[in-house]
Design a binder for this molecule. Structure first.
Ligand SMILES: Cc1cc2nc3c(=O)[nH]c(=O)nc-3n(C[C@H](O)[C@H](O)[C@H](O)COP(=O)(O)OP(=O)(O)OC[C@H]3O[C@@H](n4cnc5c(N)ncnc54)[C@H](O)[C@@H]3O)c2cc1C
Length: 282
């Protein structure tokens, strides 16, 4: 049973911003796949503002070097979008792997980011694309790097009266990129670990290496030291092994030694060896 609330359906972004600013105790609802689960567990809100009628929150724009993706885009639409598949392939793959078809048809990018679960599938690929989120309120607009926006598990810098309206991601033409996740069971399980990557290499030499690891640390992260170590180096096994060791050390440094690492870390290791070694770059 859901606790009682007043349901407000808005028809534009402006109406959503005004309602959010004027109604004390209001929560935003996009797909509801996180919010309604929480409310069924007892979370209460006086008002629930349904954003699905605000068409401005949907759509994708190519801005030359970046893609602007509306926060209201569902995982299913992102997974099927040709421009996203072409230049943000890891994100398309990640959104296609979310939950079940029902969850992908309802759940949105904005909801995934604002909920900020350590296992949220869209975060790691967006980190690889140096994503920046745009937040709007009736007082104005601000942009923030996704890396800074998510401050901890289920925590972000979003203000009480702000709506996440879009996400801007670098387009990475010419990179080999992808996303892999390991989950308990397909269909509804969340990721137990995930890896997003985008590699730019020529003649066996790494020019630019971008990696993000999800579900192993409180917030998905980019192992910058390992990325920098690989840049300019060849794809030889000892080089790749050294970089993988650096990533695993960083996970342990951030999270300590968790019981789940007995199975997680060997899987992260093998995935990284395969991706960086050139066996699985699609
Ligand atoms: C069965 C099941 C399986 C799932 N599997 C996965 C999975 O495999 N991978 C995964 O990553 N997630 C999974 N999820 C979690 C969920 O589906 C995603 O996090 C989804 O993207 C949430 O989006 P939503 O639109 O449903 O968010 P909502 O539930 O509508 O909102 C989530 C939170 O974000 C806020 N919010 C939403 N939109 C905005 C906005 N534009 N601006 C500001 N605040 C906003 C809401 O107020 C709420 O606090 C699963 C959930 C279920 C129920």
């Amino acid at each position: 049973m859901l606790p009682p609330f007043s349901y407000i359906a808005v028809h534009s972004k402006q109406e959503a911003l005004t309602s959010l600013a004027s109604l004390a105790g209001a929560a935003l609802l996009a797909g509801g796949t996180d919010l309604l689960v929480r409310m069924k567990k007892g979370e209460t809100h006086r008002y629930v503002i349904d954003l699905t009628g605000a068409a401005e929150l949907s759509g994708v724009k190519d801005r030359g070097g970046t893609l602007r993706i509306g926060s209201g885009m569902t995982h299913a639409r992102i997974g099927a979008h040709p421009a996203i598949a072409k230049t943000c392939g890891g994100l398309a793959a990640a959104c296609s792997a979310v939950g079940s078809p029902q969850v992908r048809n309802m759940g949105t990018l904005g909801g995934n980011l604002v909920n900020a679960s350590p296992a949220a599938d869209s975060i790691a690929p967006l980190l690889v694309h140096n994503a920046v989120v745009t937040l709007e309120s009736i007082d104005g607009m601000r942009s923030e790097k996704l890396e800074r926006f998510i401050t901890g598990p289920y925590r972000t810098t979003i203000g009480k009266h702000e709506i996440l309206t879009s996400v801007e991601a670098d387009t990475l033409a010419g990179y080999n990129e992808g996303y892999r996740r390991v989950a308990k069971r397909a269909g509804w399980a969340i990721s137990r670990l995930s890896l997003a990557w985008a590699l730019n290499d020529a003649d066996g030499v790494f020019k630019d290496v971008r990696i993000a690891v999800g579900s192993c640390t409180p917030v998905p992260f980019r192992p910058r030291e390992a990325e920098a170590f690989l840049a300019g180096k060849g794809r030889e096994r000892p080089v790749v092994e050294e970089a993988v060791k650096m990533v695993l050390d960083e996970i342990r440094r951030i999270s300590g030694m968790r019981p789940s690492f007995a199975y997680k870390l060997p899987v992260v290791r093998d995935l990284l060896l395969s991706v960086l070694g050139g066996d699985s770059c699609s």
